[in-house]
Design a protein around this ligand. Structure first.
Ligand code: NOJ
Length: 722
């Protein structure tokens, strides 16, 4: 805290301080339309603000555009009694105007630098629109593909989530120069563990599971210097996160030493009443302040009741001052206090947003995140073909950039059809094939599509789910592609076998049937603004797939939750029996235990040979570093990238340990015939976990080491920690 912010605080009235903790929508301050409390991402709860004080709220959220920002900020300052500039926040989730693939896809690039570069691009575009903070990264660990928000997350692994959290925080915040924005990690905590994959639903996990799987990524963001933390909607151990003292005060603030801003999620203070966790808004205000939450987003418990609570001695002025100072300090650090308009620049924004450089980076992001799930040898297609059919409801639309699209627009997004036309010209033709809706039954487009397929040398069949079937509030109980799309595929295959499916999805899908029938499947996820161009270059061999999945694809929804880093049981089924039913082991009557595609899985057009696995020693003394290494050779015909993965298994612990855990990865590029040695350090720190007494320790005993191309790899050595 600086002298300057302390002075500002000293001159603020009690009422003004309380208003500084309030967040409402930026649209409230626009002069260009009727001023109102516009609700963007949540239900409309009455935000009761004193008319005279509205222009003294401390922060606002969600409105894209440099001109609108200038209008809102200047109107705010004109009407504000005290003239402390607003700090404007925005959901910049996977890009601002130039969208890159959804975060679940980017994580699968296994490329920290790429994730950082993409976040930096988003920060610059957002800063030019006057944004100071992004509500990102979302690092909730996810295991249930029914949940629509898996698209925002980096998947099911705590280590990878942590690495991506760090990379993106560094990308957004950089050195906090004028093109950086502050990051806000969310949703603290364990929002991804919603029961039955239904948004906002109950979370009920043990303290051990919380610490072992769910907390590490938030902690990595905090360690990387994230400026803000957003609490989650859900309960943890019976208490809504925004009023959860154990989470916010004891873990986040006291244990991790986080002294930045804690903000609630949209309307979450009042939702504590609906949860049945408090009686009224006054109690909600008390619980949130007592837990350590600073900013109230889109409900008004603080402004209505904080003064009363202070008068009654339940909340102290010191608590209030601390919260206000945190906000003022960030405003100062970002330069908002010196220049309310900070980095906003209408002309520069026009030049930079969607610039060729930004499009090129988004395209690289999409190409390196796409995952080749299956290839019978049809891919890559040859560019020498005379005719290409693009078929499918997702083939000629820009609605593939993904949910949470911020300033991104469908009409600015390259469709697969457009991408293929720019690569190959007029020999590319399109037919819709069928509608996109999951309950569509209309087969009347089939004939036209089949005629086109018959007349073409190869077919790009664009299937999957609508981009708005994932994202906040968009959960599903069926995660296969619609029946109509299968029918279309079957009909197309009757007339042309040279078919590759380009799959678009915001979540892992249960596509066993597609895997059986389609000759090739390229999972593009929701690839962002340049999706169509990236898809075209991958399908026709100008780029080689190197993405891997970071959330397990089940064979069927009935296997969910399914994730690679599970515990064993007392009756595990032997892997060699996977296809059989073995009664009285932990398994299903009607399906193997193994997934359709495991975590870390993804094919390439080339082949990689892993050899010469080495571990520097079979014993580790405390404080030692062992080295595990492998030679990886490109034995195929394409220069390509490969994400080499290190896993470790703690064979026995005072508490049971996962069957394996990702502990390192490196993305390498190999020319045809080239070989590289990849080495990983193994330290004692990497072996620690929350033991029976909930102490974070490495216990002595055997550890197995695995290196491979995905999580199905086998151990090659083990060592004893002494
Ligand atoms: C609700 C979402 O849960 C959160 O992720 C988002 O940042 C806020 N609304 C603000 O839009």
């Amino acid at each position: 805290m600086s002298k300057r912010t302390k002075e500002i605080l000293a001159n603020m009235t009690l009422e003004q301080k309380i208003y500084h903790l309030q967040q409402i929508t930026t649209a409230t301050f626009l002069t260009t339309k009727e001023s109102k409390f516009e609700i963007i991402t949540g239900p409309d709860s009455a935000v009761k603000l004193d008319k005279g004080m509205v222009y003294d709220v401390g922060t606002s959220l969600n409105l894209v555009g440099a001109e609108t920002m200038i209008d809102a900020e200047s109107n705010y300052l004109k009407n504000s009694k005290y003239k402390i500039p607003l700090m404007i926040m925005q959901d910049v989730i996977h890009g601002h105007r130039t969208l890159y693939p959804i975060n679940l896809a980017v994580a699968g690039s296994f490329d920290r630098e790429l994730a950082k570069d993409l976040a930096q691009m988003a920060a610059k575009e957002a800063a030019l629109d006057g944004m100071s903070v992004t509500f990102a990264p979302m690092v909730d660990l996810v295991r249930d593909p029914r949940w629509g928000r898996v698209m925002e997350s980096s998947g099911e692994d705590p280590y990878l989530n942590g690495e991506m959290a760090k990379a993106t925080v560094e990308g957004y915040q950089g050195d906090m120069g004028k093109y950086n924005i502050a990051a806000c990690v969310k949703h603290f905590a364990a929002y991804g563990a919603a029961e039955a994959g239904r948004d906002y639903n109950t979370v009920d996990i043990s303290e051990r599971t919380l610490r072992e799987y769910y907390l590490p990524a938030y902690k990595s963001a905090v360690d990387a210097g994230v400026k803000m933390v957003m609490t989650a909607f859900n309960i943890v151990d019976g208490v809504p996160c925004v009023g959860n003292k154990h989470l916010v005060k004891e873990i986040l603030r006291d244990e991790w030493g986080f002294d930045g801003i804690v903000i609630s999620d949209h309307g979450a203070y009042e939702e504590m009443i609906v949860h049945g966790a408090c009686e009224d808004k006054k109690e909600a205000a008390f619980l949130a302040m007592d837990a350590g939450c600073d900013i109230e987003m889109m409900s008004s418990c603080y402004v209505e009741h904080l003064k009363e609570l202070i008068d009654e001695g339940k909340v102290t002025v010191e608590q209030l001052d601390k919260a206000v100072l945190r906000i003022l300090d960030l405003k100062e650090e970002l330069g908002v206090l010196d220049n309310p308009y900070r980095s906003v620049n209408v002309e520069e924004a026009k030049k930079v947003q969607l610039s060729p450089e930004h499009r090129a980076l988004a395209r690289r992001g999409a190409a390196e995140s796409a995952v080749l799930l299956k290839n019978d040898g049809v891919l890559p297609f040859s560019k020498k073909v005379d005719s290409v059919a693009v078929i499918g409801p997702l083939g000629a639309t820009g609605a593939i950039h993904g949910s949470w699209h911020c300033g991104g627009k469908i009409e600015e997004t390259v469709s697969v059809y457009d991408g293929l036309k720019s690569l190959l010209g007029d020999k590319v033709k399109y037919a819709q094939g069928c509608p996109i809706e999951y309950d569509a039954v209309d087969e009347s487009f089939f004939d036209e599509a089949c005629q086109l397929a018959k007349a073409s040398e190869c077919v790009v069949l664009c299937l999957g789910e609508d981009q708005e079937y994932s994202g906040e509030g968009n959960c599903r109980t069926s995660i296969d592609i619609p029946e109509l799309q299968y029918k279309l595929l079957d009909r197309i295959l009757e007339v042309n076998k040279n078919v590759a499916v380009a799959l678009f999805t915001g979540r892992p899908l249960a596509i066993s049937r597609l895997d059986k029938t389609a000759p090739a499947i390229l999972n593009m996820w929701m690839p962002g603004t340049e999706g169509g161009n990236a898809c075209a270059s991958l399908l026709f061999g100008d780029a080689v797939p190197s993405g891997k999945i970071t959330m397990t694809f089940p064979r069927a929804l009935g296997q969910c939750p399914i994730y690679y880093n599970h515990y064993t049981t007392g009756r595990p089924k032997a892997q060699e029996d996977d296809e059989k039913f073995v009664r009285f082991t932990s398994c299903y009557l009607d399906m193997p235990n193994s997934p359709l595609y495991p975590f870390g899985y993804g094919l390439s057009y080339t082949s990689f040979e892993y050899s010469d696995f080495k571990l520097s020693s079979n014993t580790m003394n405390r404080g030692d570093t062992l080295v595990a290494s492998v030679k990886v050779k490109n034995t195929g015909k394409y220069k390509a990238k490969e994400a080499v993965q290190l896993y470790i298994r703690d064979v026995k612990g005072s508490c049971v340990r996962p069957v394996k855990e990702l502990k390192g990865f490196e993305k390498i590029t190999l020319d045809v015939g080239e070989e590289k040695t990849v080495s990983f350090d193994i330290t004692e720190e990497m072996l620690k976990y929350w033991n029976r007494d909930l102490k974070f320790v490495a216990e002595k005993g055997e550890f197995q080491v695995f290196i491979g191309k995905d999580s199905a790899c086998k151990p090659f050595a083990s060592f004893m920690l002494i």
